[in-house]
Design a protein around this ligand. Structure first.
Ligand code: 2HA
Ligand code: ZN
Length: 271
């Protein structure tokens, strides 16, 4: 749908981040069909205005007062990474949260948001408080990560973090807190959103059981970096398993030495 703000919308600098990240999501094979979604939180862009109260505000299933008046640039329902990577304009939309944090409204671009809109908003609400520098969320379906969910003993946060992040000496440096893990929830459900939001308080990366992975970052490219680090170690895990090796990885002492040397030890969870 075209709107009076279309020209200003097409100038949003954040669209370049959507384009580049979607391009690589597709070429990595992490986003099949319309799988995955991305969003970036921002203030109201220049040239746009908050719609009147009698306009088409849509009630939210959650209360997100910390996001009052904020805008969200979000991929559209059914949008494909392989198309966003060529032109993000038709496949992204801009939405604003109301002043009381109880509803949202479409402002510009595509008016049909991803089914994960409640998840993205729940997580942005947590980020605004706990990690305000993280403005971006990306969710996608990397096969080597989803395959880890099929190993019963790895299907939880502490176990998957311990096993996979020991396989390469910088992996734990990028992800000192480890990986969060949400057990089975329906795609697009509020339960998935709320469980993810809780884990995002202390994790930059969250696995969704048998579904995919979610990353936060200052921008989409930074979230992508973290997922790439995790996926690389997961790839090594599968290569070693295929060679008949169940890898031990680095020792606890080596992990501690590495994190301490780079000033990251305080981020490592101590049980
Ligand atoms: O199809 O990935 O989780 C989009 C999704 C929903
Ligand atoms: Zn998904």
């Amino acid at each position: 749908m075209k709107c009076k703000y279309q020209e200003a919308f097409e100038q949003l600098p954040q669209l370049a981040d959507f384009k580049a990240t979607a391009h690589w999501l597709y070429f990595r094979g992490w986003s099949e069909g319309s799988g995955g979604n991305m969003s970036v939180r921002m203030d109201m862009p220049d040239g746009l205005e908050t719609p009147d109260p009698q306009e088409n505000w849509i009630e939210l299933p959650i209360h997100i007062p910390k996001l009052a008046g904020k805008c969200l640039l979000l991929t559209a329902s059914g949008s494909r990474a392989r198309e966003i990577g060529i032109d993000p304009v038709p496949s992204t939309g801009l939405f604003q949260v109301s002043g009381d944090g109880k509803s949202y409204i479409w402002l510009a671009g595509n008016d049909k948001p991803s089914c994960e809109l409640p998840t993205h908003l729940a997580i942005h609400h947590v980020l605004e408080t706990h990690r305000p520098e993280d403005k971006a969320i990306m969710h996608t379906h990397p096969a080597k990560l989803i395959a880890l969910c099929h190993v019963e003993e790895l299907a939880n946060g502490p176990a998957i973090s311990e096993k996979i992040l020991k396989l390469q000496s910088e992996a734990r440096l990028y992800l000192p807190e480890g990986i969060g893990y949400v057990p089975h929830q329906l795609p697009g459900s509020l339960e998935l959103g709320l469980a993810s939001a809780e884990l995002v308080k202390t994790h930059h990366l969250v696995m969704w059981h048998m579904h995919g992975c979610l990353a936060t970052g200052a921008d989409l490219a930074s979230g992508f970096d973290l997922m790439e680090v995790f996926e690389k170690s997961a790839g090594m895990y599968w290569n070693l398993r295929a060679a008949g090796i169940d890898p031990e990885g680095m020792t606890d002492a080596q992990i501690k030495h590495t994190l301490q040397s780079f000033g990251q030890w305080d981020r490592f969870p101590k049980s």
